[in-house]
Ligand binder design. Structure first.
Ligand code: APR
Ligand code: PHB
Length: 398
């Protein structure tokens, strides 16, 4: 017997979990299908910067309690170049907004707990997920429970394609109906977790002739650092000594900055791309989050874009179920993509401004430094960076 639900959601990442919980709060039923285990999704290390709008949304959803207790609320961040730090006072420049540093997997833990406590259904470890009849009023999802069980079917009114960049949802939009925009960067990020006290009170984004470096944090005892590396590098080529020596070199300042070291207990390399799929909807399938768009991590926008998408989608579904009116659902792509492209622009700009590009001429390198000089010395330019960094309003574009 097929199971029925109102919204079938593929993927228990930030997009799928937030969508499911927002729908629950509006009295709309959903089922989440996730190919990984609960332990895996709760343990995967990702970025950790939340925009003010995302923090507000998590609080409105009633899942922000631990984030408000354990998160770090920063009023600014630093651009470091020519061996000098330049602070962007985000709080003052945006009329009182904060940057919240709280790891994505902690957001996931809070959302999973809230879904389960509210009696929500998350099917972990499912296999062979496939979508059917998405252009009819009864789309279906088939899957195998526990990877190898018998095929089961869920019949729904709508499908939330929240299955990340490699999931099965986006390919369901026929190729002739979609345009994909992509830029792959010649940079990778080597990310490490370190058991050490913080060396700085706010995030530091450093442009250095040896490459970009970023200082972030996780807790008073655990720090998160990144180094620009060749995306083809094998992590084995990066011994702890080599990582420390690069971090010290790239973060050095004229006034003797001291980076505190400690044991490195996690390291990995990710490649960087920008990607947008237009449209984000086909029939009754709606893509949200990384399944529809990817940003390089420099602007710290990934999770925040997922939050903005599902807010629009949940509102569209609410108005459909309340009044039968699908006007907002019909505008889903248009509303989301405007904000998405603005975040793509910002992330692209931050990436190009901060990384050493092997293809750049010395002229282009000087332009990069002039750009950093301008945005840190002109109030108008700092304000624009601060407004984008803290996040454009959730309703932007609607
Ligand atoms: N069947 C079921 N689940 C799937 C399938 C599949 N075939 N393919 C992928 N998934 C699951 C993944 O295991 C993952 O848990 O979909 C989820 C997608 O989650 P994310 O990749 O975290 O994407 P999203 O929820 O859109 O969140 C975007 O998370 O990846 C970061 O940097 C990204 O911050 C951004 C945010
Ligand atoms: C992080 O803390 O993981 C982080 C911070 C800022 C970024 C990206 C990642 O721009």
């Amino acid at each position: 017997m097929p199971v029925k639900t109102q919204v079938g959601i593929i993927g228990a990442g930030p997009a799928g979990l937030m969508l499911s919980h927002l729908l629950y709060l509006q009295g709309i039923e959903s089922v989440i299908l996730e190919s990984r285990s609960r332990e895996e999704i709760e343990g995967t290390i990702r970025a950790g910067v939340l925009e003010q709008g995302t923090v507000d949304l998590l609080n409105e959803m009633g899942v922000g309690e631990r984030m408000m207790r354990e998160g770090h609320f920063h009023k600014g961040f630093e651009f470091r170049f020519n061996r000098q730090g330049h602070r962007i006072d985000v709080h003052e420049l945006t009329g009182g907004k904060y940057i919240t540093v709280y790891a994505q997997h902690e957001v996931i833990k809070d959302l999973v707990a809230a879904r389960l406590q509210a009696g929500g259904t998350i099917l972990f470890n499912v296999g062979d997920v496939s979508l059917h009849d998405v252009d009819t009023s009864t789309p279906k999802i088939r899957y195998r429970p526990d990877k190898d069980g018998e095929l089961q079917e869920i019949v729904c009114d709508y499908i939330g394609g929240c299955d990340g960049f490699h999931g099965p949802s986006r390919p369901m939009i026929p190729q002739a109906n979609r345009t994909e925009y992509q830029k792959v960067y010649p940079h990778g990020w080597l990310g490490i977790l370190v058991k050490a006290p913080s060396s700085v009170s706010e995030l530091v984004y450093a442009n250095h002739e040896r490459g970009f470096a970023l200082l972030s944090t996780r807790s008073p005892e655990v720090q998160r650092f990144y180094l620009q590396v060749n995306p083809k590098d094998d992590i084995k080529e990066w011994s702890d000594d080599r990582i420390w020596s690069e971090l010290h070199a790239r973060l050095e300042t004229r006034d003797g900055f001291q980076l505190l070291e400690g044991p490195i207990f996690q390291k990995s390399i990710v490649s960087m791309r920008s990607f947008v799929c237009d449209p984000m909807q086909y029939g009754r399938l709606f893509l949200a989050g990384d399944s529809a768009h990817i940003v390089p991590p420099t602007g710290a926008k990934g999770l925040n874009l997922a939050a903005a998408d599902v807010k629009v989608l949940a509102e569209g579904l609410k108005s459909f179920y309340a009044t039968g009116d699908s006007e907002m659902l019909n505008r889903y792509t248009e509303i989301c993509l405007r904000r998405v492209w603005l975040a793509e622009r910002f992330s692209y700009r931050m990436t190009n401004m901060l990384h050493r590009n092997p293809e750049h001429t010395p002229f282009e390198h000087q332009i990069q430094l002039a750009e950093l000089d301008y945005i840190t010395s002109s109030r108008a330019a700092s304000m624009s960076i601060a407004e984008n960094y803290v996040g454009l309003p959730m309703g932007f574009g609607s």
